[in-house]
Ligand binder design. Structure first.
Ligand code: BGC
Length: 699
């Protein structure tokens, strides 16, 4: 960030930057008290000039959106840009969507991706990244599910925190959309009714996790929670976020309809209105003058804003920022690594995959999506990479001597005839930004929710035709979240979920198909057998109840069998779990236990496995889920090699939120630890117990 410019007030800002800790806080307070009401209020809203605003109606995200900033005082503006599958500016690297990256369960990789995004943002004039989306898709058909990492608060929190750790080295990371934003088409008005316990245990913990990892700002959601718009929601913003969690940064509104009322927003805890000055600006000044908003609240907001600006003023590594590093080789390699690790193999009958290029002579590639750059929705998260490798291109590039014959699938009979003349077929079906994604007002047929998770009827009949014509039929599905497989999965020999795999996706897909890469992704969402297994969802709901159970917790509770469980994913090799050990049999209040398990690669190929740890609580005092994810570890193992997955369980990991006392509680008793390859009980071969004891209680 450039402090830039000259002027009388600049000294005050420079003296803020020179100080640290309490001294910096003191100088910020002095600066704020020296600012006029007008200057302070200017810090609290978007300041992109009219020309750029008009330009961005047609070319959204062409420039960073500005907020605040004061030339005279040398205070820089915030320079906002979107994500999360890359930087929305210019021709940035397009990574797989977050749901895909959630399938990698790879924190270390996500941190590197965050770092690359931070570098690309800074290189294109932005210092504030609004692409840490950690909303929980209570129903997997939420149109923007592709922007988040999965259905589980722990997984989403871990991956979101990793993204933040990478980003914060270069930019202010903004976590969104606070909170309970998971219906797209009614996002501007829906009232999410949610009890305090589900709110604290299910819908909020991952936000806190990202803040603890160093996120600089929070974006409030459009929707209401328990009757109040999120940007005005005192309970969410003041009581929980700024109060209990002690968050010291600013809350920014979601854009345009994210703020509805000047006084309610200011009193509720909103600090920055984006992207324009509609409810803040003049109206806010008047509200302060009329005594409807105390000036102390304005001072508090400005303090929060200046605090993060100062913290990031010297952040980063300027030598690394240049146009050349945008979509550079290193970042494209990262996009490829991410695509390789995120695809999920759901079915592989008789070891159909990988296809051996030495023994097949011809391969049919079928479906219009095979030949289409399909990298996700076209709303605010849109990234425009310099190129996209489609599945067809990826397969052609790696096919070697194998003849590739393509048909777009528009005529299933002809497609089947092409497949019949080949040794194997890869059918690529699924969704695009027209079927799911951000819903933009007045733009019909773009984005929105998928209330019904079925594939399109044309896709189902294409699969049937091709699978009927060739013995070895691989179905690849591009999607942002779960879909139904019941009507067609028996016909496919192999099923691979590619998600929206980013600019290098086609290459990663081909590598998996031909066995150069062993698939290792695991589902971050439960794939149901039918729509009826999912929580109630109404994309036009004015009001909706968000209960305690969704995802695998709901399947466990109701004893329902999903099509493919949370955490599931096949490999070309076989992993065997053994030797579970706990560092202690008793967990004392405030302490921790280390859980270790061995994983052996018993197959003939090297591979990566995501070992998962679930905990089952005693549930005598209160209803608890049958089990909850509390740890995961990714291991790379050579054939015959044994590795150890290690997890740490802390007291607070066992806590539940007690609505009566408004506090977190732990129940004494016996807890079961389960370790294995997915959330399905049959995939959790290792189990053991430990006792949790509160301090002062006898043995
Ligand atoms: C989206 C946000 C996005 C913002 C700015 C809104 O419509 O909900 O996620 O950051 O636009 O583009």
């Amino acid at each position: 960030m450039d402090a830039g410019t000259n002027g009388r007030g600049e000294d005050a800002w420079n003296s803020v930057l020179k100080a640290q800790g309490e001294e910096r806080e003191k100088r910020i307070a002095e600066l704020v008290s020296s600012m006029s009401l007008g200057d302070k209020i200017r810090e609290m809203s978007g300041t992109t000039n009219l020309f750029k605003q008009l330009y961005m109606v047609l070319h959204y995200n062409k420039f960073p959106f500005l907020a605040g900033g004061n030339r005279r005082q040398g205070i820089p503006p915030i320079r906002f840009t979107d994500g999360p599958r890359g930087v929305a500016l210019g021709n940035s690297t397009c990574f797989p969507v977050s749901m895909a990256r959630g399938s990698s369960w790879d924190r270390e990789l996500e941190e590197r991706i965050g770092e690359a995004m931070g570098v690309e943002a800074r290189s294109q004039g932005s210092d504030f990244f609004g692409g840490v989306c950690v909303n929980l898709p209570r129903h997997p058909g939420w149109g923007r599910a592709q922007e988040t990492f999965g259905e589980d608060p722990y997984l989403v929190g871990e991956m979101g925190a990793a993204l933040v750790r990478g980003l914060r080295k270069h930019v202010m990371a903004c976590v969104k959309h606070f909170a309970c934003n998971s219906i797209e088409e009614s996002r501007f008005y829906v009232d999410v009714r949610v009890g305090e316990r589900p709110l604290r245990e299910v819908y909020l913990p991952h936000f806190k996790r990202c803040l603890d990892a160093g996120a600089a700002a929070v974006m409030s959601a459009y929707n209401r929670v328990n009757g109040e718009y999120c940007a005005h929601n005192r309970h969410l913003l003041r009581d929980i976020l700024k109060g209990e969690w002690g968050f010291k940064g600013p809350v920014m509104s979601d854009f345009l309809w994210g703020t509805r009322d000047t006084v309610k927003a200011a009193l509720g805890g909103l600090d920055i209105e984006m992207p324009l000055r509609i409810h803040f600006g003049r109206k806010l000044k008047k509200a302060v003058r009329d005594g409807r908003v105390p000036e102390s609240l304005i001072d508090e907001s400005v303090t929060r804003i200046l605090r993060v600006k100062a913290a990031y003023a010297e952040a980063g590594d300027r030598a690394r920022y240049s146009r050349e590093c945008v979509a550079c080789g290193e970042h494209r390699a990262l996009a490829l690594e991410s695509a390789r690790k995120s695809m999920v193999l759901l079915k592989n009958e008789g070891g159909l995959l990988p296809l051996d290029r030495g023994s097949i002579k011809s391969l049919a590639v079928i479906g219009k999506l095979a030949d289409m750059p399909n990298i996700g929705d076209k709303g605010s998260s849109r990234v425009r990479p310099p190129y996209v490798i489609t599945p067809l291109q990826g397969i052609r590039d790696l096919a070697g001597e194998v003849e590739v014959r393509y048909h777009d699938g528009s005529d299933p009979g002809q497609a089947a005839a092409v497949a019949a003349g080949c040794d194997a077929a890869v059918v690529v079906v699924g969704f695009t930004g027209k079927d799911e994604g951000e819903s933009i007002p007045y733009m019909k047929g773009v984005g929105g929710d998928r209330e019904d998770l079925s594939l399109r009827a044309e896709d189902v009949s294409l699969i049937a035709s091709v699978a009927g014509a060739v013995e070895r039929c691989v179905v690849v599905v591009e999607a942002g979240s779960a879909f139904l497989t019941a009507g067609w999965r028996d016909k496919a020999g192999a099923i691979l979920v590619a998600w929206y795999p980013g600019m290098e996706g086609g290459r990663a897909l081909a590598e998996i198909v031909f066995g150069e890469v062993n698939p290792s992704g695991k589902l971050p969402v439960t794939f149901p057998e039918d729509n009826g297994q999912l929580p109630y969802f109404d994309k036009r709901a004015r009001s909706i109840e968000y209960g305690y159970y969704h995802g695998y917790r709901l399947f466990d509770k109701e004893g329902m069998e999903p099509a493919f469980p949370f955490g599931f994913g096949l490999s070309y090799t076989e992993f065997v779990y053994s030797n579970l050990r706990l560092s202690a049999g008793v967990l004392e209040d405030g302490g921790s236990i280390t859980v270790k398990a061995d994983v052996t690669n018993e197959g003939e190929r090297a591979g990566e496995e995501v070992a998962q740890l679930y905990v089952s609580c005693p549930a005598k005092a209160i209803d608890r889920p049958l089990k909850e994810l509390k740890g995961f570890a990714r291991l790379r193992l050579e054939p015959g090699e044994t590795g150890t997955a290690s997890f740490e369980l802390k007291t607070e990991d066992l806590a539940y939120y007690d609505e009566e006392s408004s506090s977190w509680r732990m129940e004494e008793g016996s807890y079961t630890v389960l370790v294995g390859s997915s959330s399905r009980s049959g995939d959790l071969p290792l189990s053991s117990t430990f006792t949790f004891r509160k301090s002062g209680t006898g043995s």
